[in-house]
Design a protein around this ligand. Sequence first.
Ligand SMILES: *Cc1c(COP(=O)(O)O)cnc(C)c1O
Length: 394
Amino acid sequence: MTSVQRIPGRRLLHSPGPTPLPDAVLHAMSRQPMDLADPRVDANLAAVEAGLKRLLHTQGDVFLFAANGHGAWEAAVENLLDLGQAVLVAGTGHFSESWALQTEALGRRVVRTPWREGWPIDAAAIEQALRDDSAHAIEAVFAVHTDTASGVTSDLAAVRRAIDAARHPALLVADVVASLAAAPFEMDALGVDVALGASQKGLMCPPGVAFVAVNARALARAEANPAPRFYWHWLSRKSELSYRKYCGTPPQNLLFGMEAALALIFDEGLPAVFERHVLLARAVHAAVEGWAEAGALGFFAQDVAARSVSVTTITVPPGTDVDALRAVARERFQVAMAGGLGPLAGRAFRIGHLGDCNPAMILGALGGVEAALRRQGLPVGSGVARAVDWLAAA
Ligand SMILES: *Cc1c(COP(=O)(O)O)cnc(C)c1O
């Protein structure tokens, strides 16, 4: 075994998932598992399902999987599309492209709308692509709400309007993995047919639980879809028996944690949760503006209104060793942040600011990142001071 040196104090986790766990979530998970017939198992599942429906603002069904976000992607593909059928994937960057590649790997066809770096979904391109599809071969539109690599949040209402304007019957499937419990999202009111998420981001739980919410229209499509599937099958999970709901043993301890996390969210109140995310995101944005004054760093997100409240993607000059910067931040200053993904590898780093987060944590993280930037010789203006100014005045 490699020896791990004790870290004095706490290391701040500012990746955009996994995110830090509240003590109440840790404590809720620190229990013995139960036999599957124990009524407490069913009570926990019922609480989690009810909480997720409330959080998503939906009357639809919620299906949970022992899986990560990629599992939820797979569930959407396998249930909604037969082999060879087509889906339109709205370009948002690394995450839309990953979902598109997974869909193709599963034997379905993908039509892509172009992605403009730093910009949200192009709703006009969706409308055009659907108008061009006069045979209605496209079964669904897949849209990532917040692209965690780009740090950009798209307007799902605009996507819905584009589908309606084209008078196209495609379903709207929204990936809210990185935005749920951070930014407002109301599935039914938005006309989203399927929403999918995962435990380890705004939901403040460990990785390992994925979920999809499905309205009646999408469930009917799934029912009519002859594609072979088993573990991901929504219909076979529509049961009162927890063992069938999970296609086997539920990930009990993770679900104890999720029940506790949902209670924390509703105790704080959703409006307060969203306001806190805006406040902290703006503090990070203020810091980035300060750093950017020296001319080397910048925002990847070009549309100010589309900057995510969950994660900020910060560009660095060519030749910067982003992995070394992250290692210095993590090992010397105890701030864990994320790197650039896909086309942004080596071009950016990312600071997560979602989930169980407060001003002191944000200022600590920004201070550690600023120290690491200076230590690595990157020219930066004073970012932390800007964040302090913002928080003091907000
Ligand atoms: C994290 C993330 C995923 C993938 O989740 P995994 O749990 O890593 O499989 C999918 N979509 C978005 C928007 C994400 O942020």
